[in-house]
Design a protein around this ligand. Structure first.
Ligand SMILES: Nc1ncnc2c1ncn2[C@@H]1O[C@H](COP(=O)(O)OP(=O)(O)OP(=O)(O)O)[C@@H](O)[C@H]1O
Ligand SMILES: [Mg+2]
Length: 243
């Protein structure tokens, strides 16, 4: 695999019980891309993220990840531990073996990360006592503190109110631009929010029934005339979402 390739899937299929959740997925993602995964419920977005993160094996084909790149994944519902917000983030950094941080250093790093997502004031509060939007920002801080090269996000703003949506989206945009850490981040995320996709993505992958039906640069994806030529199915999906 060439060094700029972050993830490469060759004919990947994933079978979950009786369901063929993904079929024949062929794609390659390069460092620094911002790839949005879109499609209806059950189209395979979460499954694709899980395969790319190594949480699910490919039943068919091959999924390759760049061995030396650090990946972090954010789930749609944050899995927070029953401890303070600060500890939730510090544990994330401390458990990351490659960083080799002491607990004191991990806590210092966590405090910085909390400041970055605007949660310093609630650092001592229980992570699970925070509001939905705060928990999502906390989970982002926990991912960010691990200094990932590749950040996978599963509908990071789906359950948030409009204000929190904007805040979390702004944070993701900052991370994507490498502000704060100065390294090009590869962002791969599932979203039902096409406005957000338009604002953040460089590339859009449209899934239907576990198959990639369109894989296009963002400007082509959002050009109705071009999209209808490339993929009538994706075009119909976008029109439907606009209703
Ligand atoms: N653990 C599982 N066991 C069996 N089938 C599963 C499992 N997880 C997902 N599936 C099935 O795999 C398919 C793809 O699901 P997936 O969660 O990847 O879709 P999605 O695009 O993320 O949907 P959503 O927009 O609702 O989050 C669906 O048909 C789903 O029912
Ligand atoms: Mg999903």
């Amino acid at each position: 695999m060439m060094s700029s390739i972050v993830v490469q899937l060759d004919g990947v299929g994933v079978r979950l019980g009786a369901v063929q959740a993904l079929s024949g997925v062929q794609l390659q993602i390069d460092a620094g891309e911002r790839v949005a995964l879109v499609g209806s419920n059950g189209s395979g977005k979460s499954t694709l993220l899980r395969v790319m993160h190594g949480l699910l094996p490919a039943s068919q084909g091959q999924a390759l990840r760049h061995a030396s790149l650090r990946q972090a994944m954010l789930f749609q519902k944050p899995h927070l531990l029953r401890t303070s917000a600060l500890n939730n983030v510090a544990l994330g950094a401390w458990l990351d073996r490659w960083q080799g941080l002491s607990w004191t250093d991990a806590k210092a790093r966590a405090a910085q990360a909390l400041q970055r997502v605007g949660l310093s004031a609630v650092a001592a509060q229980g992570g699970r006592q925070l509001s939905g939007g705060q928990q999502q920002r906390l989970a982002l801080a926990r991912a960010w503190v691990r200094q990932p090269d590749v950040l996978l996000l599963d509908e990071p703003t789906a359950s948030l109110d409009p204000h929190a949506k904007r805040e979390v989206e702004a944070l993701i945009a900052e991370f994507a631009q490498g502000q704060g850490q100065g390294q090009p981040l590869t962002l791969i995320w599932a979203s039902h929010n096409l406005g957000q996709v338009k604002r953040l993505a460089s590339r859009v992958i449209y899934l239907e029934s576990g198959r990639v039906q369109a894989d296009l640069p963002v400007d082509v994806f959002f050009n109705a005339a071009e999209l209808s030529v490339h993929s009538p199915a994706a075009h119909a999906f976008v029109q439907g979402e606009r209703l």
